[in-house]
Ligand binder design. Structure first.
Ligand code: SF4
Ligand code: SF4
Length: 138
């Protein structure tokens, strides 16, 4: 399955990926609405937070709003979501995000828009083995 990958040694901390993500999915340039977050520790160390499609959150959702699609991507069905934020609190990667503008959380679906936009080739969509055991198929 395909997931987003981040190469910190190449990242220049421009945050273009965050802007492109929010533009793609929310039609606004707002880094607080991005499904990838770039962190700078102030000493030159850059890191990224985003969903790696591990899928442990699927079992946490009380209404079955989280599923894994045939491509292996963990999807959030907005119509089913009741906004309990259990998945947000649970995610060990802190990669399920929320914003006061909407009741449902949001996450990276490995669309690759940030990869195309990154000027430093610090992002890629890579093929990895599906997690074992895999989450239920959509
Ligand atoms: S667009 Fe690329 S270089 Fe810029 S912050 Fe994001 S990952 Fe780093
Ligand atoms: S916020 Fe939505 S997707 Fe997340 S656990 Fe609650 S109902 Fe499920």
């Amino acid at each position: 399955m395909k997931v987003l990958a981040f190469y910190p040694e190449r990242c220049v901390g421009c945050h273009i990926c965050e802007e492109v993500c929010s533009n793609t999915w929310f039609k606004v340039t707002d880094r607080e609405k991005s499904s990838i977050r770039i962190h700078d520790d102030g000493e030159g160390l850059l890191s990224a937070t985003y969903c790696v499609q591990q899928g442990d959150c699927i079992a946490v959702c009380p209404v079955g709003a989280l599923t894994r699609n045939k491509q292996g991507i963990v999807m959030l069905r907005k119509k089913q979501c009741v906004g309990c934020m259990s998945c947000v609190g649970f995610c060990p990667h802190l990669a399920m995000f929320h914003h006061p503008d909407q009741s449902e959380p949001f996450k990276c679906v490995a669309c690759g828009k940030c990869v195309e936009a990154c000027p430093a080739d610090a992002l890629a969509i890579v093929e990895v083995d599906a997690p074992s055991p895999p989450g239920p198929q959509a």
